[in-house]
Design a protein around this ligand. Structure first.
Ligand SMILES: [Mn+2]
Length: 160
């Protein structure tokens, strides 16, 4: 697995997801961090690759997991929508939780604002939203995580 696309907060709109997939090419894995609003099967079909997805605060009746701990290469990765950790008010709670669980990377959504933050122990990323971006400029965004030949992860925010 080398090329991982990370998206979030599609909220029933998929045109920009289609554009992102076209721009990036079919990834080895698609990660969706919640608020797919029941369209997870549709999204998996669109992507044509395996999908890891968690539920968001707008996925009221969802059977999806609230969180997932997965492994990508050598990395332990926590997938969460983030609202349980009050991410709109800051990342301290989320960072502490991920750190205490021994995660290398935590991926969250909910804020609709893209972010990549590294420190020694933990990488924190948010792909923003492909449907309702809220950061200044409001461009739809996603993140590509790529593993190089040595297995090191590299993250890039992409805008449509
Ligand atoms: Mn949302």
């Amino acid at each position: 697995m080398k090329k991982i696309m990370v998206v979030s907060d599609t909220h029933k709109h998929h045109r920009n997801l289609a554009r992102a997939l076209e721009q990036a090419g079919t990834p080895d894995l698609l990660i969706h961090l919640g608020d797919a609003e029941g369209y997870e099967d549709y999204i998996a079909d669109m992507a044509g690759c395996p999908l890891e997805i968690v539920s968001g605060n707008n996925d009221f009746f969802s059977m999806l997991d609230k969180e997932k701990e997965i492994r990508i290469g050598k990395y332990k990765v926590l997938l969460t929508h983030g609202h349980y950790y009050y991410v709109s008010a800051g990342l301290d709670t989320l960072r502490k939780e991920a750190y205490s669980r021994g995660m290398d990377i935590v991926m969250f959504g909910h804020t609709h604002r893209p972010l990549i933050e590294y420190d020694k122990e933990l990488t924190v990323i948010n792909p923003g939203s492909l449907s309702y971006p809220r950061q200044p400029g409001r461009k739809p965004s996603y993140i590509m995580m790529e593993l190089d030949r040595e297995g090191e992860a590299h993250f890039t925010i992409h805008y449509l």
